[in-house]
Design a protein around this ligand. Sequence first.
Ligand code: NI
Ligand code: MN
Length: 226
Amino acid sequence: MAVTLTYLGHSAFMLAAGGETILIDPFLTGNPRAVDRPGLRAADIPATRIVLTHGHEDHVGDAPAIAKRTGATVHGSFELCAFLAEQGVEQTEAGNPGGRVKTPSGFVAFTQAFHSSSYQGRYMGQPMGAVVNVGGKTVYHAGDTALFSDMKLIGELYRPDVAILPAGDRFTMGPEHAARAAEFVGAPAAIPCHFATWPLLTDDLSAFRPKGVEARVLEPGETLEL
Ligand code: NI
Ligand code: MN
C-alpha cells in the first residue's frame, strides 16, 4: 500500500494510506510555515485520525476544529483527551508512554519525551513522542524533546521507517543533538521539524548530518512516499 508523508510546517505532518489520513500535531492556523493550498488548510484538510504529542498550542493547533469537522479520532495523553472531550471532540483515544492502541490500519503508540505539557495554563499530562503504524509503515515522531539515549530502544522496539525529530533548539533538541537522535533511532531516514518557524528557533540545519541515516529536510507542502 502506498503510504505518503506530507510536511505541513513546524511539527505538523499528514500520513495518508488507503482510506486513512492521520494528522500529527496539526498546528495550521497561525503557523507561519503552514501551506496555503486546497486540502492542506485547517478548513479543508482531511483527517480520520489525529495524533497529539503534547498540549502546547503549537501542537494541538487546529485539532479540536478539525476533529469536530471530520469526526476524526484524536489520540493524546489522558489529560489532553479529557480536555478535548470537554471542548466537544467526540472520539478520543487516551494513552500514555509505553502504551499502544490498535487501529483498523495499524497502531498508535506513545513514547517518553523530555519537555513540558500544558494548555492555557492547564496541566496536560506527560509530553510524549508518537509511533504511528499505518499501511505497513512506521513513523516515529519524537514530539518536542531533549535528546535521550533510550531513543535507541524506541528504534529497536518499533523499527521505524522514518524518524521525525525536532531540531530548532531552545525548546527542544538543536540540530547537533537531533543528528545524534537520528543515529540512536537508526531509521533509514530522518526528517527535522520544529525549526525556523519563529526567530527563536534556529533555521540553520547545517549541523544536522547524522551518520548512516539519510537526512531529509522537507519544505512545507512536500510529500515523501514511504
Ligand atoms: Ni512544546
Ligand atoms: Mn513546540
